[in-house]
Design a protein around this ligand. Structure first.
Ligand code: PLP
Length: 368
């Protein structure tokens, strides 16, 4: 039986040609050429002014928070359900992540709960567009405006999702993307920081160059404590090819989701990634939530998938349930959803027959 992975990149002759060219010619005075082309192409896709390619999305988050001047004593609002990379850089900077519950339908941060979590120390709101789903950006931007807070969109999982005609990641003050090998487009490891704010991108570029200030005549003389989260020209060559194919990569993700719905859409006991009016979900990971009344036995479901050579992922645990963080059990939606939801495989080469195989496992689990 052929194994079904949960995600896998799509690499064509275009990617191979660009990477070959970068390794043969991308040195000396051309050592940043692919990086510049990648940043330009990505910014054009998103319709934002500035893009800074990084070694990872985690690094991009650290840079974004540092560029906003977040530090000791500050609070940053973070959704309870996300990968830990959204919150860790808040801690690196000596600030405090304040975990806010998600909504039962979007699985993204609940705007009303954000209001309740704001204190005089709050400096920023991190928004995560989970599994391709889109947070309620209008409401969140309004709250940020009222309280003079920055908004960072963590769009690691939502490249290609559209909110009221705008790509996600083009709405907040800054946004970040991930190009880890499991994402819709990849550079192996990699990320991108984007913004429309020229002062913020300058700050981010300076910090990403170990704090060296433009115009300083001495060569190795940083003015500030900085970082180095740079991407390589080789990875950027791969990223450029993937960006040129992005419309196709996203369209395929949507097809995979629709094909799951074709085989499982009749089951009223399942809730799926949502796509409210005015949004287009990129469906990075098709996700099903089983009705509470079913009292699902998750280990049994995962065992059925495993027996059938299918890789799946469980929904994220609430961050506040991790051993090194203080728990916030009042975030009841996040604490509940993770007990009865699972991510289904999705990648470019996934066939309809393989999708049906995954769907059949769900039916076996439900004794259908
Ligand atoms: C929501 C979210 N934020 C941040 C990250 C971090 O991305 P990276 O692995 O590129 O550092 C991920 C990656 O898995 C993610 O899913």
């Amino acid at each position: 039986m052929e194994k079904v992975y949960y995600t896998k990149p799509s690499i064509t002759d275009l990617e191979i040609a660009y990477v070959n060219d970068a390794i043969r010619t991308g040195w000396g005075e051309k050592c940043y050429d692919y990086i510049k082309r990648f940043e330009t192409a990505f910014a054009q896709y998103l319709k934002v002014e500035y893009a800074l390619a990084t070694a990872s999305c985690s690094g991009a988050i650290h840079l974004a928070l540092a560029s906003l001047g977040i530090g000791e004593g500050d609070e940053v609002i973070v959704p309870e359900t996300t990968w830990v990379a959204t919150a860790s850089p808040v801690l690196y900077l000596g600030a405090k992540p304040v975990f806010v519950d998600i909504e039962a339908d979007t699985w993204c941060i609940n705007p009303e709960k954000i209001r309740e979590a704001i204190t005089p120390r709050t400096k920023a709101i991190m928004v995560v567009h989970l599994y391709g789903n889109i947070a309620k950006m209008n409401e969140i931007m309004q709250i940020a405006h009222e309280h003079n807070l920055y908004v960072i969109e963590d769009a690691a999982e939502a490249l290609g999702s559209v909110y009221q005609g705008r790509q996600v990641g083009s709405i907040g003050d800054m946004a970040v993307f991930s190009f880890h090998g499991t994402k819709t487009m990849t550079t192996g490891e990699g990320g991108m920081l984007v913004t429309n704010n020229s002062a913020l991108i300058q700050q981010a570029r300076m910090l990403n160059d170990h704090g060296r200030v433009a115009g300083e005549p001495k060569m190795f003389f940083p003015h500030h404590l900085g970082y180095k989260y740079k991407i390589s020209n080789l990875q950027a060559a791969l990223g450029l090819a993937q960006t040129e194919r992005l419309a196709d990569l996203v369209a395929h993700k949507i097809w995979v989701f629709q094909t799951y719905k074709k085989y499982l859409g009749d089951l009223a006991c399942l809730t799926w990634n949502c796509e409210p009016e005015g949004t287009e979900n990129c469906f990075w990971l098709p996700t099903i939530v089983f009705d509470k009344a079913l009292n699902v036995d998750m280990p049994r479901l995962l065992a059925i998938f495993k027996e059938n050579q299918i890789d799946t992922r469980t929904f994220f645990y609430p961050l506040s349930s991790l051993p090194f963080l203080d728990s916030v059990p009042t975030n009841v939606v996040a604490y509940d959803l993770c007990t009865r939801a699972v991510n289904l495989p999705s990648y470019f080469e996934l066939t309809e027959a393989q999708i049906k195989r995954v769907a059949d496992c769900v039916r076996v689990f439900l004794n259908l």
